[in-house]
Design a protein around this ligand. Structure first.
Ligand SMILES: Cc1cc2nc3c(=O)[nH]c(=O)nc-3n(C[C@H](O)[C@H](O)[C@H](O)COP(=O)(O)O)c2cc1C
Length: 329
């Protein structure tokens, strides 16, 4: 079944791990979640099971792939289906040097035919929806016509959904981090894509922080994707189901959302995952709350100690007053 893309959390390396996604799912049932990018090379030659590991509780969940070889991407798209993902997404937006050298990410915006071929091979290989996340351009290829050429070629190959980070990527001279802030956001270009190609699903991404902004974007596009704000302030997600899907959210308080993760955290501890690998992704939960800083400090100072378990999170929770008000955006 096609997942709703009205509200999604962006793929983020080291951030949208299974542990962060599990937290996100305690706060919203309808938000579409994305994995971190996994390269085709890693999936094919590495520990496939480990890279694709997730819990059924995380659904709806999209797997993001990095690669450009049609045969390899087709193979990985097939794996996505076998492992139960709800969508497979191709990364055409990441500007890192490391990935440019392997023809992965934003550099592919200069090769629309290659992306079209890859997408066509993926569609052939799986019944899952195949989507593309990209920029509005790259340095040296920044015109509206070039963006349209990209969209037209890739949609002719069968892609119906484009997730558009509304700034160009500068491949020469800016770091990946700078590439998320320095090139100016051009939301109007994304709106114009929707106007020009009304039959395509156009999702907007980049710099979105509040529900008010989401509503403004939803007046011109089919969905919003939030990255950094959702990670740093995950309680925002507790308002998503009522605000954008007309259903109550699953969480009644920050405390309860975290406690609802305890069985999962224990299960992970039992298989040898260190507490700190999980606790670092819940640091933002009490963002801006009285006691939030003490919560974070307690976790930072204690979660890495050998043998740390759920009792560390219990103690950290005591640093923040309970009860909490009902979910609000
Ligand atoms: C730590 C971090 C890692 C990221 N990793 C990926 C990635 O693996 N794949 C991808 O397509 N984008 C990646 N991005 C970019 C985000 O998906 C998103 O496009 C970008 O952060 C802009 O959205 P925002 O302003 O809402 O954060 C990453 C961003 C951050 C902050």
């Amino acid at each position: 079944m096609e997942p709703s893309r009205r509200f999604s959390i962006a793929p983020m390396m080291d951030w949208t791990t299974p542990h962060f996604r599990y937290l996100a799912r305690q706060l919203s049932l309808h938000t579409l979640l994305y994995t971190e990018m996994v390269t085709t090379g890693a999936l094919i030659h590495g520990d496939t099971e480990r890279f694709l590991r997730h819990s059924p509780e995380e659904y709806p969940l999209a797997l993001q792939l990095g690669g450009s070889d049609g045969g390899e991407l087709a193979h990985c798209a097939r794996l996505a289906g076998q492992f139960g993902f709800n969508e497979v997404n191709l990364n055409v937006g990441c500007p890192s040097d490391r990935v440019q050298n392997n023809m992965i990410g934003a550099c592919l915006m200069a090769h629309p035919d290659k992306v079209a071929q890859a997408v066509s091979a993926m569609i052939e290989a799986t019944d899952l929806p195949v989507t593309v996340k990209h920029r509005i351009g790259i340095d040296g290829r920044e015109s509206w016509d070039q963006l349209c050429e990209f969209i037209e070629k890739v949609s002719a190959a069968g892609c119906r959904t484009f997730i558009v980070h509304a700034r160009i990527a500068v491949l020469e001279g800016l770091s990946p981090k700078e590439n998320r802030d320095i090139p100016p956001l051009k939301y109007d270009w994304v709106y114009r894509l929707k106007e020009t190609y009304p039959d395509l699903e156009i999702i907007i991404n980049g710099g979105i922080r509040t529900f008010e902004e989401c509503h403004q974007h939803l007046a011109h596009t089919d969905g919003v994707m939030l990255g950094r704000e959702a990670y740093h302030n995950p309680w925002l997600l507790a308002g998503v189901d009522p605000e954008f899907f007309g259903t109550p959210g699953p969480a009644t308080s920050r405390h309860d959302a975290l406690r609802a993760m305890f069985p999962f955290i224990q299960q992970e501890l039992d298989r040898g995952v260190f507490l700190t690998h999980m606790s670092r992704h819940v640091m933002g939960l009490f963002h801006g709350q009285p006691g939030g800083r003490q919560f974070r400090r307690y976790l930072s100072e204690n979660a890495h100690k050998p043998g740390s378990g759920l009792e560390v999170i219990e103690e950290a929770l005591k640093r923040v007053p309970e009860p909490e008000p009902i979910a609000a955006g």
